[in-house]
Design a protein around this ligand. Structure first.
Ligand SMILES: Cc1cc2nc3c(=O)[nH]c(=O)nc-3n(C[C@H](O)[C@H](O)[C@H](O)COP(=O)(O)O)c2cc1C
Length: 174
């Protein structure tokens, strides 16, 4: 099957996840390519789609959001999986005791699920290293020592979970 893994990433963590998903799908015999959502071009030639974005301030990035909204009719008619990259740190729960992966869901996700009925949607731990802030939120964090120090720094991507998810997609597509 020809699979597009479209992603939106500010600092590369989500891009790395998308590339690992595409590599895992390819190793399983599919023809998969990871491309930035805004560069995906003509979508008609693909049999299935995986779409992912980093989550910032509880929202997907705008390129991936636009990709889903603009192509929702096509996506609703083909196999689709969605993923997000967000939570940082090694804790499984947040300060209120909620599952961190569930609590980090982007605000767009409920609408996406309703509109395109993806076969699955996953949230993965992300990565953060301060420096070269992009956008208002990151500049704010960079300028405020309390906010900056409160953000766990490092690469928390769970490659086993990412690969297991991609393997399940590969099997579903057979
Ligand atoms: C200013 C800022 C805001 C963030 N907001 C969220 C958020 O609301 N929810 C979340 O799960 N992660 C949040 N994160 C963590 C990022 O989603 C995480 O670092 C992600 O893996 C970055 O992906 P990218 O390198 O592809 O841009 C935030 C990070 C920064 C720096």
């Amino acid at each position: 099957m020809k699979v597009l893994v479209a992603f939106s990433s500010r600092h590369g963590a989500t891009q790395g996840i998308a590339e690992r998903i595409a590599a895992t799908l390819s190793a399983a015999g599919h023809d998969a390519a990871a491309l930035p959502a805004q560069d995906a071009g003509d979508l008609d030639g693909y049999d299935a789609y995986v779409v992912g974005s980093a989550v910032y301030m509880f929202h997907w990035l705008k390129e991936a959001t636009r990709f889903v909204r603009h192509n929702r009719t096509l996506l609703a008619s083909r196999p689709v999986w969605l993923f997000s990259s967000g939570p940082l740190g090694t804790e499984a729960t947040d300060a209120k005791g909620r599952d961190l992966l569930e609590a980090s869901e982007a605000k767009e996700m409920a609408g996406f699920v309703e509109a395109i009925r993806p076969r699955g949607h996953a949230m993965f731990f992300g990565a953060y290293s301060p420096g070269a802030p992009v956008g208002l939120g990151e500049r704010f964090v960079a300028m405020m020592p309390a906010a900056r120090d409160a953000m766990p720094k490092g690469d928390f991507r769970d490659w086993d979970a990412i690969e297991a998810w991609a393997v399940s997609i590969a099997a579903d597509l057979v």
